[in-house]
Design a protein around this ligand. Structure first.
Ligand code: URA
Length: 220
């Protein structure tokens, strides 16, 4: 971890991370991407197979669901910072296929300094945890997504931290109805983030903290 590293230095340094064993099997570390002054940070679990190959977060099937939900919620993806709790792909091999496996607590813990450094650098107004792994990485192991989903909660990273379903949960829904229900909950939660951010113009909070006042429009 580079001392006082900006996001670009962290992005380079994470490629040399040996904080847990995952680096031995993954193609590369997948660091977060998006503007360094993003108002909203989205945190997923870990890169999937396609992300591992591309070196970018949420570019596979879960990314398609996320993109659709962001679009429908009126949140431009280009304006949010998207990252993961774990930066290397954790998988099991079945024949030639690499099957996602949930990262172990030890892996999430080993990777947490990267997420903390990203959030410290960006200092977002809103943090959205996509799924239980991200929510536990942010709020601690006792967090229960089913009980606390969709509420703005205080975390050490933002006064407005919200946990919602992971886009992959939508894809795993057993029936079309179940998929749709999960998608609607994800969308509802992203819409509440969009709505809440409209209440407070961009930069108002950071400027207020700095004692400078502030103006600006929603996402620009
Ligand atoms: N799932 C995640 O949690 N993150 C990604 O980047 C892709 C799939």
């Amino acid at each position: 971890m580079p001392a006082n590293g900006n996001l670009e230095r962290m992005r380079e340094a994470v490629q040399h991370c040996e904080g847990c064993d995952l680096y031995q099997f993954a193609t590369q570390a997948v660091f977060g991407e998006g503007p360094a002054d993003a108002r909203i940070v989205l945190i997923g679990e870990q890169p999937g197979d396609q992300e591992d190959r591309a070196g970018r977060p949420f570019v596979g099937p879960a990314g398609e669901v996320l993109d659709r939900a962001l679009r429908e919620a009126g949140i431009p993806r280009a304006e949010v910072y998207v990252t993961n709790a774990v930066k290397h792909f954790a998988f099991e091999e079945r024949g030639k296929r690499r099957i996602h496996r949930t990262p172990r607590l030890s892996e999430v813990t080993a990777c947490r300094p990267w997420m903390e450094a990203e959030l410290a650098e960006i200092s977002p107004e809103f943090v959205v945890c996509l799924g239980a792994t991200a929510a536990k990485a942010v709020f601690g192991a006792a967090f229960r997504l089913t009980e606390q989903r969709g509420r703005f909660l205080q975390s050490r990273f933002s006064e407005k931290t919200l946990a919602t379903y992971h886009p992959s949960a939508v894809l795993r829904g057993e029936t079309a109805e179940a998929k749709d229900e999960l998608y609607q909950m994800l969308l509802e939660d992203l819409r509440s983030v969009a709505k809440e951010s409209e209440k407070e113009p961009r930069g108002a909070r950071k400027a207020w903290r700095a004692g400078a006042g502030g103006t600006g429009s929603l996402f620009s």
